[in-house]
Design a protein around this ligand. Structure first.
Ligand code: ADP
Length: 261
């Protein structure tokens, strides 16, 4: 708790005495910290991709000496920076709907096989870029399930993306999925940098990013896990985390296939 104490003396015409005011400003300090974190993240996440896009686009426009291979490489960089910008804007919009209480989920019948194909397609390029191994254990029977497909895909991609991002070269990431007793359960396990015990309760907070330099050297906004938490809760499910610093992290998600929204 942060308590601001101020003392107000009384003037000589009044009875001698003092009034002490105690005001709990914890909430105010938390919002100030959150605002500063938001400004830092927004500045970085908007400025960095924009200046990269500008630099590569300018080179493409003005430089005649670049060959077709290089042109393709620059276009790929521009494309991935635009994707990064779009993801940040989408996350901000979702966080803002979450704050206003207008984030909704729309359960629809989903072909589970197609769902995991989509997730693995999105994760593959990230795994390819890094010298880590990835394995998935999917159920043999893939029944049709009723969830908000796009939002659950985003949760899975975020958790798997983090596992890949925060696992150094040579490490391993595993996705385990179970669908039984009307529950969709998945575990995402990595052998990465891990999370310090004192930071574990904060990982689902908006804008939280660990101060660990191995985390800071990767790009990120601190929004993914708070959105994942909200989406899982809106499905009536639960998301938890277990981690040992320098050994690895496991995120566990459990979602009822019908029911509370
Ligand atoms: P981002 O990855 O963009 O920073 P997230 O909201 O997805 O934001 O995650 C919040 C923070 O939780 C990360 O910055 C990191 O400190 C921690 N974290 C999340 N996943 C992992 C993981 N698999 N291993 C280690 N730390 C993690």
């Amino acid at each position: 708790r942060i308590i601001r104490v101020s003392r107000q003396g009384l003037d000589s015409s009044q009875q001698p005495g003092q009034v002490w005011c105690l005001r709990d400003i914890t909430q105010q300090k938390l919002s100030e910290k959150m605002r500063d974190q938001f400004i830092d993240t927004a500045t970085h996440e908007l400025r960095t991709p924009l200046s990269n896009i500008k630099a590569y686009a300018e080179t493409l426009v003005t430089c005649d000496e670049i060959d077709v291979e290089q042109q393709k490489e620059f276009c790929n960089i521009i494309n991935s920076e635009v994707t990064r910008l779009a993801r940040f804007v989408d996350d901000l919009l979702s966080i803002s709907s979450m704050e206003m209480g207008s984030l909704t989920i729309e359960r629809q019948k989903v072909d589970t096989e197609r769902l995991f194909e989509e997730v693995l397609e999105k994760i593959e390029p990230l795994v390819q870029k890094k010298n880590i191994t990835f394995s998935s254990e999917l159920p043999e029977k893939m029944p049709e399930i009723k969830i908000d497909k796009d939002k659950i895909v985003a949760v899975l991609v975020n958790l798997l993306g983090n596992a890949v991002k925060y696992t150094p070269e040579g490490g391993h990431v595993t996705l385990r999925v179970k669908i039984e007793h009307s529950m969709l359960d998945f575990a995402i396990e990595d052998t990465g940098v891990g999370i310090a015990e004192e930071e574990l309760p904060k990982v689902f907070d908006k804008f939280f990013r660990s101060a660990d330099p191995r985390i800071q050297e990767e790009t990120g906004t601190g929004l993914g896990l708070s959105l994942a938490h909200e989406v899982v809760q809106m499905h009536g499910g639960e998301i938890t985390v277990e981690s040992v610093l320098n050994q690895g992290t496991t995120f566990l998600v459990s979602i009822p296939l019908e029911g509370a929204s």
